[in-house]
Design a protein around this ligand. Sequence first.
Ligand code: MN
Length: 204
Amino acid sequence: MAYSLPQLPYDYAALEPYIDELTMKIHHDRHHQTYVDNLNQALELYPAAKDWTLSQLLANLAELPDQVAMTIRNNGGGHANHSLFWESLTPNPPKMPPQQLLIAITTAFGSFEKFKRQFATTAQQVFGSGWTWLVIDEDGQLAITATANQDSPLMLDQVPLLGIDVWEHAYYLQYQNRRLEYITAFWQVVNWTKVTERWGKSSD
Ligand code: MN
């Protein structure tokens, strides 16, 4: 099979008390696995796209037959988003982004605190299921965006640097309807080293 579920880079319980073990287990082993399985199934049915990378698939959905495109949008997007999400988290996070990224964030959003507020507000306002992102946008600028369902920034010619999953499956067992508490907890486990790596500049 073309795609497989990546291993979590830490134990299921490692992000407690911020994200609980059962949520991580169900989220990774079941939800993410399902996206992987459905993505592989779609490519079995449409082998012409098997040689494309996941980024190529997501950036070129219009080239695919409608039904295949829809399945890959949902499940290829789900696979890309979750793969990025697990690696964006760590039980041993640096408190702040490394210097160079911190400067870039401050330049783009006014301050690190303002960035966090805008990101959290955007995540809080996602209606239904979706994601909030820090991306490098089409113009090469840092930006905060949101996508619905499993839509990926890769579909929009953006580079995702950090994403928060605000589907209820990401937080409901622990936080129920208190999405803001989950967003607040998320900051405690962000892997800024990884985010900086994606940003493409070495940390200072
Ligand atoms: Mn999810």
